[in-house]
Design a protein around this ligand. Structure first.
Ligand code: NDP
Length: 682
């Protein structure tokens, strides 16, 4: 039997012994063996920390992001081999798409996320904090990549997505990974890691793979490492309580069992589009991946007077699901990952049957296409019905990790909220309603117990990503029973692999540290106008103090005419009583335009265009007779990647624009963006 390979300390290594036999979920035939016996786990952690970590942490966010993009493109080009292998896990092609292309999509999304970070190996977190009256002392928060490894212990249901959704984030943060997939489907993770390593895109030590037992891996982690776990509550709790994890204060992110639910709004009737959306969403969540999704709907709550109609409609819908060999493209639901898992699901359904009955499906028999139901891990979708959800505990406690969901009635919205929360913390829930007041009441009521809430109706259904899809830019995780962890979530996710430190000092020091100009920091003015400097020549803190201009009544009248903005405060002397203004006030946008007139250098040069405005405040009224001047300072520089070889090399420069009046007080402050050419090409 072919043994899966482990990739440790920069080498492919075969574990000792026979290992665990991995079985084809459809045929029941043995296909691979997995063993990590004989591996030196301490050495793996050391290698990640000493080789992978320094290589990644010295790259900037932008370099790491481009690396993720290259990797995503590479894996997309070879994805077909993963699809073929994925049939062994019982997955249909549509199921595999979630695992394979969903996983690669995470690499793409995190690659693009680099633009939210500076072109530095580290970044700031939140706003600067002024700490003194004179403005010479301030604070800021910095995030630096941790100096360890991310250890990912993953579940069997998403062997590819599970690795890539986590690694995309730790790589962008500048931290290497050691991945331990669940053994049952580790052959898919191994195939992807083979491709990743062969591509040579990642630096040495950025990724290691263990196919088989985790051995004593956790005995070697420290506070600079991060451990993530996805799987059963029992294993998760055992690992979270590991002495080493506790003693070393190792960050531990857990995602475990989750009794996710869906609620049908009281407003929805069978003739509304929301009714069909509800039925379709439930069927999809029960049958996609044969219900083996951490986000799948386990509990269905409907108004009590609709219980019968929903049961009937769901039964009819589930009856259309063709089950069998996923190689046949008519098949809509394949096998579970192993017969062991199927038996576990049956066992848990038996427990639920103490308070529920089967409304659709059979525990003992299932009709399958082009497969042998006795050898493969097949199970019929099972819709259970529990008419006393407030009196039952088990239905809110027991996760049947397969195509199983329980239908239950509720009386009114507060009861629906209460029932949703009986899951004691879930990854996600959905409410299907056309009534936004009802949606608001439900969401605010249920939010404390959920990681993500989908409000589904006719307006968003066509483009909705669905109840069950965790998204790279949104938080994935849930409180309480769901493990209390958070993964992904865009910029938020990256922070899980970084250390936050509060730094205090002068604005000039903080400018130097952060690469972002801090007000009252030192500026540099020279003979050359900053608009005549190329992107590389401009330095954060480069500044220009402009000449001045006295605002006249004619300016205000002319601007009102040009812009058609005849708001009374600018044009009507008689309406100012009881307002904040003494005289007609200059338009804020005039002040900004006048500022541009003062600071631009008009002649053609490296500045290509005005890219927009980020922050803008009008702080003090400007009347005719006031004299304004501007200080323009380079605040931040963001290099841009050329789209193709014909693209002009360029970057975005953020400028702090401070407009003062004759008293020296700020009248307006803004951050404007320009696109600036890089040197060498005229
Ligand atoms: P497990 O908790 O058994 O396994 C999850 C991961 O932990 C696997 O990689 C497993 O490796 C590893 N593991 C197990 N024991 C140890 C240990 N002592 N030290 C280190 N790592 C260990 O979950 P399963 O994948 O077997 O799934 C079982 C149940 O978990 C499902 O039926 C379902 O109820 C739930 N589950 C929940 C998910 C969720 O996100 N909500 C996702 C997947 C499963 P190995 O495979 O080698 O044992």
């Amino acid at each position: 039997m072919k043994k899966l390979q482990n990739y440790v300390s920069g080498r492919w290594i075969t574990g000792d012994g026979d290992g665990q036999l991995l079985i084809d979920a459809v045929t029941g035939d043995p296909i691979f063996a997995a063993t990590t016996k004989g591996l030196d786990f301490a050495e793996a952690v050391r290698y990640g920390r000493e080789v992978g970590n320094p290589a990644l942490r010295r790259l900037t966010f932008h370099e790491r992001g481009r690396m993720l993009k290259a990797l995503a493109l590479h894996l997309m080009a070879v994805k077909e081999k993963f699809y073929q292998l994925s049939y062994h896990s019982g997955a249909t092609r549509a199921d595999s798409w979630i695992d394979i292309e969903g996983g690669i999509g995470n690499l793409f999304a995190n690659a693009s996320l680099r633009r939210k970070f500076p072109d530095l190996p580290y970044c700031t977190d939140g706003e600067p904090v002024g700490l003194s009256k004179g403005g010479t002392f301030m604070g800021h928060h910095l995030l630096v990549p941790k100096e360890g490894v991310a250890v990912h212990i993953n579940a069997y249901n998403f062997p590819i997505w599970g690795m890539l959704e986590k690694c995309a984030v730790n790589w962008l943060a500048g931290v290497p990974a050691i991945v331990k997939p669940a053994s049952v489907t580790a052959y898919l993770t191994e195939a992807v890691v083979q491709e990743i390593i062969a591509s040579g895109i990642l630096p040495q030590g950025a990724l290691q793979l263990l196919c088989g037992s985790a051995g004593d891996l956790l005995e070697h982690v420290t506070a600079q490492d991060v451990v993530t776990f996805t799987g059963s509550k029992a294993t998760g709790l055992m690992l979270k309580g590991n002495r080493r994890i506790l003693e070393e204060s190792v960050p531990f992110n857990m995602e475990a069992d989750s009794l996710n639910c869906i609620v049908l709004g009281r407003d929805v009737t069978p003739d509304m589009p929301e009714w069909d959306l509800f039925i379709k969403e439930v069927r999809k969540e029960m049958t996609v991946k044969a219900g083996q999704k951490c986000t799948a709907i386990r509990r269905i709550f409907v108004p009590e007077d609709k219980l019968e109609d929903v049961a009937k409609a769901l039964g009819q819908s589930l009856a259309q699901t063709l089950i069998g060999n996923p190689h046949n493209d008519k098949v809509r639901m394949g096998a579970l990952a192993s017969t062991g898992q199927r038996d576990e699901v049956r066992h848990n359904v038996q427990k639920l049957l103490a308070s529920s009955r089967i409304a659709y499906g059979s525990l003992d028999s299932v009709e399958v296409l082009e497969a042998d139901a006795r050898k493969g891990a097949f199970l019929s979708p099972l819709l259970l019905l529990n008419e006393q959800p407030l009196r039952s505990e088990d239905v809110h406690e027991i996760e049947c990790f397969g195509p199983v969901s329980t239908l239950m009635p509720y009386r009114d919205l507060p009861e629906a909220v209460l029932l949703a929360k009986r899951g004691k913390g879930s990854l996600c829930c959905s409410v299907v309603t056309a009534d936004d007041r009802l949606a608001t009441e439900f969401v605010i009521g249920a939010a404390t117990h959920h990681g993500r809430i989908l409000v589904l109706n006719r307006d968003c259904a066509k483009e909705s990503t669905g109840h069950g899809s965790p998204l790279p830019l949104l938080v994935h995780g849930g409180p309480g029973r769901a493990g209390g962890g958070e993964e992904m979530g865009g910029v938020r996710g990256v922070k899980h692999y970084m250390q936050r430190v509060a730094v205090q000092g002068s604005p000039t020091t903080i400018t130097a540290l952060t690469g972002s100009y801090q007000p009252k920091g030192k500026t540099v003015e020279d003979e050359k106008h900053p608009f005549r400097k190329y992107f590389e020549e401009l330095q954060v803190g480069d500044a220009l103090t402009t000449h001045k201009r006295t605002v006249t009544e004619a300016d205000i009248v002319n601007f009102a005419n040009v812009s058609w903005d005849h708001f009374y405060a600018h044009t009507d002397h008689t309406s100012l009583e009881g307002t904040l203004f003494e005289k007609p006030v200059a338009h804020g946008y005039f002040i900004l335009s006048a500022a541009a007139g003062l600071f631009v250098d008009a002649k053609k040069g490296p500045v290509l265009l005005n890219y927009g405005l980020e922050e803008c405040r009008f702080l003090k009224p400007v009347y005719a007779g006031s004299t304004i001047g501007v200080q323009l300072t380079v605040k931040e520089k963001l290099p841009q990647d050329p789209r193709d070889e014909n693209d002009i090399p360029k970057g975005i420069v953020k400028w702090l624009v401070e407009v003062f009046d004759e008293t020296g007080e700020h009248v307006a402050i803004a951050t404007i963006l320009t696109m600036v050419r890089k040197k060498g090409i005229e």
